[in-house]
Write a protein that binds this ligand. Structure first.
Ligand code: IPM
Ligand code: MG
Length: 363
């Protein structure tokens, strides 16, 4: 039976970068006879415009049936003023939570061709290859109670709750340990155990899991403030970082920027069975939408992650990643990664260049 993908282009630059990625998907689907099929759906602002909510029932039905989801990006100023509970970002949180996509993999890899684009010295970042494993369906993003209430004196008070059960910590720790076993064998668990009980339990549980089931993985612990500092001081000390939802949100943006452009970084959000949602780490960039200047490579690399993690098609995944490397070798650059002497291209041309390399090499 053919495997099903749901494509959610979303808002802003979403439709352009996803269109480029679909061409790449089509190319490898044919070349490797992967038997993948896909349909389109609505998430985020486009869904609000049509259905009045960011993650409508129709999309939810499609998403539940699909084996994997390819997402562009959601959100934009057009929907910033509407009621909080139906903003585009809420749609994203809802689909993550409903599909139980608890394991968010965010690799920060520096392409040697782009070493100049990093704001850090080349010797500090050369060869950088970090994997951030962020817990995605728990913690303070979802904890109850939450809200904005009125105090007796009439003043307003905002509150949220950071919660993690042992089982939630264990399952994300396992993902991190398993992935570390396939690469450098090191995991750094990030917490704030000196202040927050919820992360004290996090630290204990991660340690216990390592002692009981992963004796070959080298585990270290770091407070989140120190981790933020170490990422810019000496990022190459890290192999896999595992952390909760909020710390992971922040540290993954920081790690992404070490590589020079967030326009290059893909991500995967997986459930326990390998079903996943794949999306670029960057946002919807409404300021450059519709101008054919956005970098489609993060979305194209997200397709590679989809082939690797959901469909177990390592050769096809690798072919896409190699093709991206070759396109960079050719000197092609979108505006966000442009440097002197390189050739500036738009979204479509960049996507087509990847397709051309694939067509040449996969013949
Ligand atoms: C991310 C984003 C989201 C998050 C927003 C858009 C809700 O920043 O995927 O990192 O905070 O998780
Ligand atoms: Mg974020």
């Amino acid at each position: 039976m053919s495997k099903q993908i749901l494509v959610l282009a979303g808002d802003g630059i979403g439709p352009e970068i996803v269109a480029a990625a679909e061409k790449v998907l089509e190319t490898v689907n044919n070349a490797f006879k992967l038997d993948l099929q896909w349909e389109h759906g609505l998430l985020g602002g486009v869904a609000i415009d049509q259905y009045g909510e960011p993650y409508p029932e129709a999309t939810s039905e499609q998403a539940k049936k699909a084996d994997a989801i390819l997402l562009g990006a959601v959100g934009g100023p057009k929907w910033d003023q509407i009621e909080r509970s139906i903003r585009p970002e809420r749609g994203l949180l809802k689909i993550r939570s409903e599909l139980n996509l608890f394991a968010n993999l965010r690799p920060a890899i520096l392409y040697p061709q782009l070493a100049d684009a990093s704001s850090l010295k080349p010797e500090v970042v050369a060869g950088l290859d970090i994997l951030i494993v962020r817990e995605l369906t728990g913690g303070i993003y979802f904890g109850q109670p939450r809200g904005i209430r009125e105090l007796e004196n009439g003043e307003k008070q905002g509150y949220n709750t950071d919660v993690y059960a042992e089982s939630e910590i264990k399952r994300i720790a396992k993902v991190a340990f398993d992935l570390a076993g396939l690469r450098g064998g090191k995991v750094c668990s990030v917490d704030k155990a000196n202040v927050l009980e919820v992360t004290e339990l996090w630290k204990q549980t991660v340690s216990q899991e390592q002692q009981e089931n992963y004796p070959n993985i080298q585990l270290s612990h770091m407070y989140v403030d120190n981790a933020a500092m170490q990422l810019v001081r000496a990022p190459k000390q890290f192999d896999v970082i595992v952390t909760g939802n909020l710390f992971g949100d922040i540290l993954s943006d920081e790690a992404a920027m070490l590589t020079g452009s967030i326009g290059m970084l893909p991500s995967a959000s997986l459930d326990e069975h390998g079903k996943g949602m794949y999306e670029p780490c960057h946002g919807s960039a409404p300021d450059i939408a519709g101008k054919d200047i956005a970098n489609p490579l993060a979305t194209i690399l997200s397709v590679a992650m989809m082939l690797r993690y959901t469909f177990r098609e390592e050769t096809a995944a690798k072919a896409i990643e190699d093709a991206v490397g070759q396109v960079l070798d050719q000197g092609l650059r979108t505006a966000d990664i442009l440097s002197e002497g390189m050739t500036k291209v738009g979204t479509k041309a960049m996507g087509q260049a990847v397709v051309d390399v694939l067509n040449r090499t996969l013949k």
